[in-house]
Design a protein. Sequence first.
Length: 348
Amino acid sequence: MPTASKLTTRAISVAGAAATADLLAAAVSAYGTVDNPDLIREAADIARTLPAEVREACAMEPRGLGFQVLSGFEIDDRAIGPTPARWNDVHPHRTAEWDILMLLLAHVVGCPFGWSGQQEGRLVNNIVPSPGHEKEQTGASSTVLLEPHTEDAFHPGRCHFLLLGAMRNHDRIGTTISSIREVELEPAEFVELASATVPILPDASYETNPAAGTPTAVPGGNALALPTLWVGEDGLCLRYDPAYTPLETAPKRYRRAYSRLSEELARHARTISLDAGEVLMIDNDVIVHGRVPFTPRYDGTDRWLKRINVRVPGRHRPPAEDFEDGYGEDVVDPSGVHPIYSVRSANR
């Protein structure tokens, strides 16, 4: 399985990383933590003061494979404290600089947001292996393969870009990615997968949603069938989450096409083992991502990532998404600059 190449890695210079660190230290001194309402309100303006090379490195190659890695930032492994056992056990002051960096990078790319039903609506999420969740298809799992998927594929307000920042990865556990731009399908298979045939349900990280956790029973009234593939403004796009898609309800020809897509995504999969201080940027309409299985120690040294979702104003998706209700999950923007997600207005 190939790894990320030099062409997909944007290295920040020592000077650029040092200037960024100074900016983050000043932000922590002024605001404390990333949840400070004043910081959230002013973050877009602060992001414009990041070094030019950092802002330029965030630009994704047009019509490219849909991912890149930013490297060059440094993290003090001892200062951030032990990897928490659960996302809400994190000490916010210990990771304040990195949280703020994730927020600022997100503002360079677009508009960061949180989910009302996930990690209490926080903008910057913590991805850690958690006891009792080892075998789930969520970021808190560990001992099972996290299947390739579109982030929050069930929702029309899902992110356009997903940023994953590595706090700790001593075991070099790999994030898997596959680009729809490398997949080869027959025309008839594309036609099948471009038809609205099956729904996608919320994943198990949305614990309070009655539709979450299993695709075995489709709830009535709000499970709209969705296309898996469509052609976006700069090429082929996908919306894919087999673990939460009731494929058994689809016609045999659709299941065959879906299986071929899965095989192609697996054939072109790459593994990226992020080092501490690296940020993986993913185009969520182009890339599906997952994670290889591993055995957690729960001793404070396990893999620990930060995650932030980003929407890009004016970027269009299929008009039919305007009529989806997102299973009642609200997109939250604590800054108040961009209102809570409106299904009717999101794609316009």
